[in-house]
Design a protein around this ligand. Structure first.
Ligand code: SAH
Length: 373
């Protein structure tokens, strides 16, 4: 907690007089009041601070934090009808996620304390945003670590089978109940915009999901291949391509690792390549394997790039730091004999803010590189 970090780990808790889900007062050495916090009796992070010092965590505090979070998003004037409204710790609302999809909200409560607070939070969100419906996507695995059940339920109003949202010039059909995360990868919006500044020629969009990058870049790329291992994702890419008037986006249901090798053997060349894999390192123990995975796909992508071509490469593994990722890119460039310049160093969209001093809130790294020759 020193330095403003909101988490206190189990090993640092000496005595507890509370039940899981309570809002507790945390006392430090000599019974000094450190602040109020959410308490969990199962997690490795039993304490998530809500306030520091004498400030009391009551309904008024939660409401004003929600209000602040909403105002910040409004102030961004995003050219999109879907965005993150509350990004947990970075909005001083630990373990709470709220995403907006047009007139609907999707919420996630990722700790016992936040879970217990949800009825109040839902009432406040209803008052502040007047949504047509609120869906709880409480199916992330982290809930199991908290001893919480994994559920998907409508908490208020109605949630249709699919919701059409717009991101810049592109429309997506989002399935809030079954889609990954809360439906779409909202954190890449600004990186898709940035990629549009450079994309040209033949485009290869790897790990495309519903076509995020492929669709956004398709108008400036006469040939587009979008790769994903999931049949459902491929069907969505196809439907989204028609909806957005870019039928030349060709989805392929393949494993990117195999396909990059096959393309290389076949002597294929692309002018723009996007690599947006799932988090390869879900924990510290898997970092080494993850780095090998990132190296492999980046190396092959660099070989497939034409001189003057662009690589948009991402890592959403929090455990793979920016330095580690940069190192992998360097190694890949050396091994592929493709000299690359770093054109832009980017991160998750601004509606997913990073709280200074809380490294865990900075998870998405994105580099835009150009192959020089
Ligand atoms: N680029 C997307 C988000 C990608 S999410 C966007 O902008 O919206 C990661 C995607 O990678 C998921 O859709 C998942 O199905 C896919 N995936 C995971 N492993 C894969 C593999 N080995 N080969 C191809 N696709 C894979």
């Amino acid at each position: 907690m020193r330095g403003g970090h909101p988490w206190i780990y189990r090993a640092d808790v000496i005595d507890v007089d509370a039940a899981g889900g309570d809002i507790v007062t945390v006392l430090g050495p000599r019974q000094r009041r450190l602040g109020d916090a959410l308490f969990s009796d199962r997690s490795q992070i039993p304490i998530r601070m809500l306030t520091h010092g004498d400030r009391v965590a009551d309904a008024g505090l939660i409401r004003s934090r929600l209000d602040q979070a909403l105002r910040f998003r409004e102030s961004l004037h995003l050219d999109a009808t879907a965005c993150r409204l509350v990004h947990g710790e970075a909005d001083l609302l630990p373990s709470l996620i709220v995403d907006r999809y047009a007139e609907y909200l999707v919420v996630q409560a990722l700790s016992q304390g936040m879970d217990r607070m949800m009825p109040e939070v839902v009432a406040m969100l209803t008052e502040l945003t007047r949504p047509a419906g609120i869906l709880a996507r409480n199916d992330p695995k982290v809930r199991a670590l908290e001893g919480l059940e994994q559920t998907i339920e409508v908490l208020a109003g109605e949630i249709p089978e699919s919701v059409v949202v717009r991101e810049g010039p592109i429309e997506y059909d989002a399935d809030l109940r079954r889609g990954q995360k809360t439906g779409l990868f909202l954190d890449q919006r600004e990186n898709r915009e940035a990629a549009a500044r450079y994309a040209h020629g033949r485009l290869l969009d790897c790990f495309s999901y519903h076509g995020g990058f492929a669709l956004r870049l398709a108008r400036q790329c006469p040939e587009v291949d979008a790769l994903d291992i999931s049949a459902d994702a491929v069907a969505r890419i196809r439907a989204n391509a028609v909806r957005n008037g870019v039928p030349h986006v060709q989805p392929h249901e393949v494993n990117v690792f195999d396909e990059l090798r096959r393309l290389e053997r076949a002597g294929a060349r692309y002018d723009t390549i996007v690599l947006d894999p799932p988090a390869f390192a879900k924990n510290k123990a898997s970092v080494a394997n993850a780095l090998a995975g990132y190296k492999e796909i980046n190396l092959r992508a660099m070989r497939l790039l034409t001189p003057g071509g662009y690589l948009v490469t991402c890592s959403c593994s929090y455990n793979v730091t920016e330095d580690l990722f940069a190192d992998v890119i360097h190694q890949a460039s050396v091994d592929s004999h493709a000299p690359m310049t770093l054109v832009e160093k980017r991160m998750q969209g601004r509606d997913h803010p990073v709280l200074v001093g809380v490294a865990e809130t900075y998870y998405l790294k994105c580099m835009i590189l150009r192959r020089i020759e």
